[in-house]
Design a binder for this molecule. Structure first.
Ligand SMILES: [Zn+2]
Length: 376
């Protein structure tokens, strides 16, 4: 069994497509209408359906929602396809979608080509976007003129003061829960449905519309203690969805996962009870709207990479991304930005063989357990 990741988008795509064909899946690439990969190759979301097309129970497995996290989810998908020789449980099918944000995967960005966090983009666009009043507290703070160490140190100081004032939970809502007012800001949910949103709505949902039970595993990296798996149910712990997830994967993993220092600080914040607990515009929320006749069970599943003292790196990556797009505006793959891309990878897909081996060992197991749970 291969334990290595395929960090390069084009090669990851090739591996996924080859594995899907070999597994007997029906493969359909949805090509990005206008943009290309760094080498000039195609950008696409590749869909692979395995199992009967009229299956009543379908597990949807997605990767690369946050582009640069893609190599982890991609490795899990490909490894599962490469090793899954036996038949699926009767009446079940799997729909894999590779690289929901192919631009971000290929160009090493969390965000889409439009500075959009794709997992804040799945709001109902017929209504007014939700407001995040706390975002106003960071809006000016993040507008740095350069990426010097002095600027970064000043910003970290300001962030610490603001966290002390608001509490860690409110700070987390401010910077991470999504906002729809500042197109050049952070955690921007967009101004219209992004490519990944449209492909899910127009290509995946029709395939799922007959299903009675739909499961979702949306692979991510970052949240959670280093080397731990963090299951983030759509409607929070204690919900009926979380209970069904616990039946798939066990109580310990779903309700009592080991938090990172940051998650721990947020959980201990007395102001938490006054906070909205849901990030806005997450894909699972849209799937529940789009598939009203299906029972949805699903979660964002994270492979944790957080370590004590890593916050400055995360702040650097977030700010550099913004600065590169709106201030510097040079070629993001240029050598002068090597440190940015290396730090992003270090934070989200570390080149640490035990960590990576854990991902490709654990991920396919969770897929099999989800399938077995769905089949019951
Ligand atoms: Zn993510």
């Amino acid at each position: 069994m291969s334990t290595s990741f395929t960090d390069d988008y084009a090669r990851a795509r090739e591996r996924f497509t080859r594995a899907a064909h070999a597994a007997g899946a029906r493969v359909e690439p949805i090509i990005h209408p206008s943009l290309r990969a760094p080498g000039g190759g195609e950008l696409a979301i590749d869909m692979a359906w395995r199992g009967p097309s009229d299956a009543a129970r379908v597990l949807l497995v997605t990767s690369g929602m946050h582009g640069f996290e893609g190599p982890a989810g991609s490795a899990v998908q490909s490894t599962w396809l490469e090793n899954k020789k036996e038949n699926l449980p009767p009446g079940t099918a799997v729909l894999m979608m590779h690289a929901l944000n192919p631009w971000g995967f290929a160009w090493v960005s969390r965000l889409t080509e439009n500075n959009v966090d794709l997992n804040r983009n799945f709001i109902d666009w017929r209504a007014l976007p939700p407001a995040n009043p706390l975002y106003a507290r960071v809006r000016d703070l993040i507008r740095v003129p350069d990426m010097s160490l002095e600027t970064l140190a000043r910003l970290l100081g300001a962030q610490q003061r603001l966290t002390a004032e608001l509490g860690p939970a409110a700070m987390h809502v401010a910077v991470d829960f999504g906002q729809y007012e500042d197109a050049e800001g952070i955690s921007f949910g967009g101004a219209a449905p992004e490519f990944g949103h449209r492909v899910m709505r127009d290509h995946a949902v029709p395939l799922l519309s007959h299903a009675r039970h739909v499961g979702l595993i949306d692979w991510h990296t970052g949240v959670g203690a280093y080397g731990e798996v963090a299951v983030l149910p759509i409607d929070g712990p204690g919900s009926t969805n979380a209970k069904r997830l616990a039946a798939w994967w066990g109580e310990v993993l779903v309700e009592r996962w080991k938090r990172s220092p940051l998650e721990e600080a947020i959980a201990q914040d007395p102001k938490l009870s006054a906070m909205p607990l849901l990030k806005t515009g997450q894909m699972l929320q849209a799937l529940v709207r789009w598939l009203p006749h299906a029972e949805m069970t699903g979660a964002v599943v994270e492979f944790g990479t957080e370590r004590e003292g890593a916050l400055p790196d995360l702040v650097y990556v977030t700010l550099y991304e913004r600065w590169l797009r709106f201030v510097d505006r040079t070629d993001r793959m240029a050598q002068v930005h090597d440190n940015f891309r290396a730090t992003a990878r270090k934070c989200f897909v570390p080149e640490d063989e035990p960590w990576r081996a854990h991902v490709v060992r654990k991920g396919p197991k969770l897929i099999d357990q989800a399938l077995a749970g769905l089949a019951k």
